[in-house]
Design a binder for this molecule. Structure first.
Ligand code: NAI
Length: 318
């Protein structure tokens, strides 16, 4: 296969001074993209500032690539996009990767722990993407990657703030993938698991050694490429393996036996095992399909009731 290249493309990678972001920036830089290496350079909990990004820029340049450092906080993401425009005149790829942790059990979690995590992950991605969006729309091209986490999708003890923000990013990607589609803007989400300073005390040591960010970078780079086919996908990757995650919706059940019956707490309880039965669950592509499906099921329920003289239990006809 021909090498997938990014010549002529400008990529912004937030939080690219270390960990996963660094691996993404190096790979994109080695394939012809001009890269804005953003990093605030704080500690793992977001405190402090330094110029981590410089070393990554140097590494890209030493290998013949083009890159510029940016030290802005993603909370002021518009300034990061301005760095891309001021230096390279355009923006094509935005990888929202910057992140910090403030893990605590929910009882001990302060409002500051909550606010800071929402600000860096969720508002940071909003600010940066919002500033890039006008360029993407005008040029009818854009590739955005959000960074979620299995902690958001499945929950994880001590990460209520982080889980909320990380699943919020999936919601953001879901809607932006719809709004951007007609402008050839694709918005997808990576769910990485890799060795970094965020996971050094979480992953077992032998796994930590093996889980190199370099193994995820090709997945993210492909997701940022013009030939990437998907839009609105959640891609989970680690250890040279990738899979797709998505929500499924069960078949559901009516909460009464006949249309004329009332819905009561007891009828809800009576039907609950059918409500939560996930046999035959399907992924729903768009919100309209949820409404169409519900209307269809209710019509079936009513029609069946009329035919049977409103005497039978109809849930099985759904
Ligand atoms: P990392 O700590 O090595 O990299 C994150 C980078 O973001 C750091 O260099 C940091 O200075 C920068 N950063 C933090 N706050 C910033 C801000 N406000 N503005 C600009 N830069 C900022 O961690 P890692 O593991 O590479 O994480 C990258 C992303 O992947 C994060 O969003 C993280 O939540 C996510 N993630 C990582 C997982 C893993 O297994 N490593 C698992 C799931 C998600």
């Amino acid at each position: 296969m021909d090498q997938l290249r990014f010549d002529g493309r400008v990529a912004v990678v937030t939080g690219a001074g270390g960990g996963l972001g660094k691996a993404y920036a190096l790979l994109l830089g080695s394939r012809g993209a001009k890269v804005v290496v953003n990093d605030l350079g704080g500690a793992r909990d977001g405190v402090g500032k330094s110029n981590f990004a410089d070393a990554v820029v140097k590494e890209i340049k030493d290998k013949g690539g083009v890159a510029v450092a940016d030290y802005n906080n993603v909370i002021e993401g518009d300034k990061i996009i301005k760095t891309a425009i001021d230096n390279f005149g355009r923006i094509d790829i935005l990888i929202n990767n910057a992140g910090i942790l403030r893990d605590k059990s929910f009882t001990k979690m302060s409002e500051q722990d909550w606010d800071l995590i929402q600000a860096v992950h969720l508002k940071g991605a909003f600010k940066t993407t919002h500033a890039a969006w006008e360029y993407f729309r005008k040029q009818k091209y854009g590739r955005v990657i959000m960074t979620s986490s299995n902690a958001g999708i499945f929950g994880n003890f001590g990460q209520a703030n982080y889980s909320a923000a990380k699943l919020g990013l999936v919601g953001l990607a879901n809607t932006l993938s719809i709004e951007g589609a007609k402008y050839n803007i694709k918005v997808n989400t990576i769910v990485p698991t890799a060795a970094s300073r965020l996971t050094e005390d979480i992953l077992p040591p032998e796994m930590f050694e093996a889980m190199k960010p370099d193994l995820i970078a090709p997945v993210v780079a492909y997701m940022a490429h013009e030939s990437f086919p998907d839009n609105g996908a959640i891609i989970d990757s680690t250890l040279a393996y990738a899979t797709k995650t998505h929500f499924v919706r069960g078949n559901g059940a009516p909460l009464k036996k006949k249309p004329s019956d009332p819905v009561t707490i007891e009828s809800v309880k009576e039907n609950w095992s059918n409500v939560v039965d996930m046999n035959g669950a399907v992924h729903v592509d768009k919100i309209a399909d949820v409404t169409i499906d519900l209307v269809q099921k209710l019509q079936n329920f009513e029609e069946r009731a009329k035919l049977d003289g409103d005497r039978e239990s109809y849930w099985s006809t759904y």
